[in-house]
Design a protein. Structure first.
Length: 479
């Protein structure tokens, strides 16, 4: 049975998903929730007399002049936000329509950046890509709803659209023209009609607490809009590193992915070309059997990264190349912008504060790094406030309890703190003595917090100046 479902975000956030049966589960097609008004009806639509020739409960159309009568029809109304109707035939031939803000009236099916209405047609062939009424491909269409009966829960209307898809060879790879651009195939759906189709009502109210937030993702690939229709945000843990992974896909099968270490904060960061799963990297895939191209170079500017609220906002750009230098393919990804929502952790934002001789020290930058010294994994927290710097370093083998500070890291299990009053000018004053108290160590959530105090002295003993560091507190998200 063809099933349509809507899932709100949890750790993995799906904007929507649709399951297609083609003998078995075949393809995953998704339309994204956006709140937007109906687009003005422009373009050369297939000529329709708006005559509904479908019998009650029937879904029909002409597909390039051939009769299409669905064996089964499914419709889902998501509150008052979105209506999806699918006519299905054996062998995987499916026509799907989606409109936002449904009601009696006309709807532009020319899917684009600001219009999320659209039509899809799966022909059941070995080319599993659907024909799409996407403006970027030259598609367009129109749908009229003549009745939306809330009492009987049925919908009636007519439709037509022109869809395009990339043409594939026998190996599933896109066929290119003389300019290296994909060759497209066209389909015309005309005389479409559905009559008194029962629909299932799905509640999207979120328990009365307002709408769930919507992921957003946009970029340009060689100057052409990359319009994400499906955005998935996950939080994998690779080894002992917490990551945020954002994957965006278009209806045409293009994919873009950005992996972001959860320990990054607000700021600009360089991407890498090859990653073991724990590094900041961007990946682009043109779909239909193409190879991944990775960021070389690439940058991301994070403007908001709230681990407690679970939101990441950033802009990005990168040059996509073959990471192993076997292919000459190069793409330029520009104007990238994303908003990603994930499962927030209460109290999960990095914080650090202390007093230096009674004056408050609240850094404007906190950098968290891990290392290994003599097989001891270590955490180093480097903070800066203007020209001042304070560093706290300790082994990750600690548990909740109290630890005495030392003056240097030798074996790898020492706790050491330093304070530099003027970076680049003054000497660094080392903890002697000092104390660290681990008050909470939640490995599953990736959080560690504690308090500290220390007396900062010149390690060489030549400078008699002493700094008293008191009331130190920190909460750190583990990388």
């Amino acid at each position: 049975m063809f099933k349509f479902a809507f899932i709100t975000y949890q750790t993995t956030f799906f904007m929507k998903k649709m399951y297609l049966l083609k003998g078995m589960l075949l393809a995953f097609i998704a339309f994204q929730f956006f709140s937007c008004s109906n687009e003005p009806l422009t373009g050369e639509f297939p000529q329709e007399e708006d005559q509904n020739n479908a019998e009650e409960g029937q879904f029909i159309a002409q597909i390039d002049g051939q009769e299409f009568i669905a064996n089964s029809v499914e419709a889902t109304l998501f509150g008052d936000e979105k209506l999806v109707i699918s006519g299905i035939k054996p062998g995987g031939e499916i026509v799907t329509l989606e409109v936002l803000d449904p009601g009696v009236g006309s709807f532009n099916l020319t899917r684009g950046l600001t219009n999320k209405n659209g039509g899809l047609y799966f022909d059941g062939s070995t080319n599993e890509l659907p024909y799409v009424s996407a403006d970027a491909l030259g598609g367009f269409g129109l749908m009229n709803i003549s009745a939306l009966d809330a009492t009987a829960k049925t919908v009636t209307g007519t439709f037509s659209f022109v869809g395009f898809r990339n043409k594939l060879d026998s190996d599933g790879n896109p066929i290119l023209d003389g300019n290296g651009k994909p060759v497209t195939e066209k389909i015309q759906i005309s005389s479409g009609a559905f009559n008194s189709i029962p629909y299932t009502l799905e509640d999207t109210g979120g328990g009365g607490g307002g709408d769930d937030p919507e992921n957003e993702f946009f970029a340009k690939v060689d100057g052409v809009d990359f319009i994400a229709d499906n955005i998935i945000v996950t939080e994998p843990m690779v080894g002992d590193v917490h990551m945020i992974k954002i994957e965006a896909k278009t209806l045409e099968g293009q994919l873009m992915r950005i992996d972001v270490p959860r320990s990054l904060g607000v700021g600009a960061f360089d991407m890498v070309r090859i990653s073991d799963g724990t590094k900041l990297i961007a990946v682009y895939n043109a779909g239909a059997g193409a190879e991944n191209l990775t960021s070389d170079p690439g940058t991301i500017t994070i403007t908001e990264f709230d681990l407690e609220a679970g939101v990441l906002k950033a802009t990005f750009k990168f040059t996509g190349t073959d990471p192993i230098n076997q292919l000459p393919d190069v793409v330029e990804v520009t104007a990238g912008k994303l908003t990603a929502y994930f499962e927030g952790v209460p109290g999960a934002n990095n914080s650090f504060t202390a007093s230096v001789d009674g004056a408050t020290y609240t850094p404007n930058e906190i950098v968290v790094e891990t290392s290994v010294v003599n097989q001891f994994p270590r955490l180093t927290i480097t903070t800066t406030k203007g020209k001042k710097s304070m560093v706290l370093s300790f082994p990750l083998t600690v548990t909740e309890g109290t630890y005495a500070m030392g003056t240097e890291v030798v074996d790898g299990d020492e706790v050491v703190a330093t304070y530099t009053p003027v970076v680049g000018t003054s000497i660094t004053y080392i903890s002697n003595p000092g104390s660290l108290v681990i008050t909470n160590y939640d490995l599953q959530a990736g959080l560690i917090e504690g308090t500290f105090t220390f007396t900062g002295k010149d390690g060489s003993g030549q400078d008699p100046t002493i700094y008293q560091i008191t009331a130190g507190e920190f909460l750190i998200v583990l990388p």
